[in-house]
Design a protein around this ligand. Structure first.
Ligand code: HEM
Ligand SMILES: *[C@@H]1O[C@H](CO)[C@@H](O)[C@H](O)[C@H]1NC(C)=O
Ligand SMILES: *[C@@H]1O[C@H](CO)[C@@H](O)[C@H](O)[C@H]1NC(C)=O
Length: 341
């Protein structure tokens, strides 16, 4: 009797240990099919609704998956708000400037909690939402199945984000080293950088580009950025010149007017822009300065279908970056706070 009670206790302890060791969990497609049927449709409904009202939320979600997964793995550590006990969470880091869509994640989480309380992690919601956003922004060309079963982390430090995320001023060797640290290749660096086909950046993230020489940035585009960046303390500009406003392009870069598009779109135009030296960040241009990376820029400029497929695969790989060994995990009730016991 005593023996079997001890065995049960041991079993309980073992199960509890597995539950909190986030990195040991196996991810699987359809992970919530019994515990929260339809959860993926709930997420998709809210992402589609949000993007219909404001397409900018799409780019924000595509950036969020990167900024979550590259720092302590995909554990929603990026969503934690600062508190008096932990005032410097990841989202307060300068490298996370402009990070957005936190309210949309809250809205999704609230809907999911109502349906199945305490079941679906914020970490999984980020991946589902980024998947749906990239699918909508690409008209379904970027698509993939999401393996789920992640746990939410309880640690979030601005210093970790500063250390692990690449800066827009990085050289090609710094970019390669940064990606290699997470087991990503030069090819994957080039593939994932193509996300800059959508969204915006602050002028403070591209300041050095305003005085870069013509080999690095096409002068009429540099003039366009300079005029926009003179308009306030730290304005934002589209990452993709094709999303620029026609009046500004007419004034500084009229030859580009025919290439402007009406709707932000996740496609391989980033690579065309890059070869023409009309990209925003130094880190984008740097991809042309190394032989292998430059070869991949050309490859993806030539074949948009190939990029759609490889980008999908790279997002899947990104979504599998694990929590650090022995890190504690939980299913948060609010994506902005760790649970209280
Ligand atoms: C290769 C290294 C990278 C660097 C140096 C970099 C840097 C930046 C910077 C500086 C911004 C603008 C932030 C601001 O000023 O507000 C930005 C925006 C963005 N980045 Fe990256 N990034 C990189 C890779 C990636 C990757 C891998 C993804 C996703 C797969 C990504 C997705 C985005 C998106 C979608 C935006 C626009 C966000 C929005 O409009 O809300 N970036 N990036
Ligand atoms: C990268 O791969 C090595 C060797 O397989 C592994 O030990 C390490 O944990 C991986 N790093 C990340 C961030 O996944
Ligand atoms: C582009 O890539 C797709 C997908 O890998 C491939 O099937 C197709 O043959 C490629 N097209 C060209 C012109 O190389």
């Amino acid at each position: 009797m005593v023996k079997s009670a001890a065995a049960v206790l041991l079993l309980v302890v073992a199960v509890a240990a597995v539950a909190v060791e986030g990195h040991k969990k196996e991810l699987s497609v359809g992970y919530y099919k019994d515990s929260c049927p339809g959860v993926e449709n709930v997420v998709k409904y809210h992402v589609a609704k949000a993007l219909k009202a404001n397409r900018k939320d799409g780019a924000a979600l595509v950036r969020l998956i990167f900024h979550d997964c590259f720092v302590r793995g995909c554990d929603a550590s990026v969503l934690l708000d600062p508190t008096p006990e932990n005032p410097h969470t990841e989202k307060t880091a300068p490298i996370n400037i402009g990070l957005a869509a936190f309210e949309l994640i809250d809205e999704i989480k609230a809907a999911v909690e109502k349906r199945c309380p305490g079941t679906v992690s914020c970490a999984d919601i980020i991946i589902y939402a980024a998947r749906d956003a990239s699918s909508i922004l690409s008209n379904g060309h970027v698509h993939f199945d999401v393996s789920a079963g992640r746990l939410d982390g309880v640690v979030s430090r601005a210093a970790d984000a500063q250390r692990d995320l690449p800066d827009s001023t990085f050289t090609i060797s710094e970019l390669i080293r940064n990606f290699r640290r997470k087991n990503f290749t030069i090819e994957e660096l080039v593939i994932l950088s193509g996300a800059h086909a959508v969204g915006v950046g602050h002028c403070s993230s591209l300041r050095a580009r305003l005085t870069a020489p013509p080999e690095q940035i096409l002068p009429p585009y540099r003039n366009l950025l300079a005029s926009k960046c003179a308009a306030g303390p730290d304005p934002i500009v589209p990452n993709n010149v094709r999303d620029e406003d026609p009046a500004a392009v007419a004034a500084s870069f009229p030859s580009f007017l025919p290439k402007l598009r009406k709707l932000e779109f996740l496609d391989n135009t980033y690579y065309h822009n890059n070869l023409a030296r009309i990209v925003t960040f130094n880190s984008d241009w740097q991809l042309l300065t190394e032989k292998e990376a430059r070869g991949h820029v050309r490859e993806y400029a030539e074949n948009g279908t190939l990029w759609d497929e490889d980008f999908s695969d790279s997002l899947v790989k990104l979504s599998k970056l694990p929590l650090p060994p022995r890190a504690k995990g939980e299913i948060r009730t609010s994506c902005r706070r760790v649970n209280k016991y």
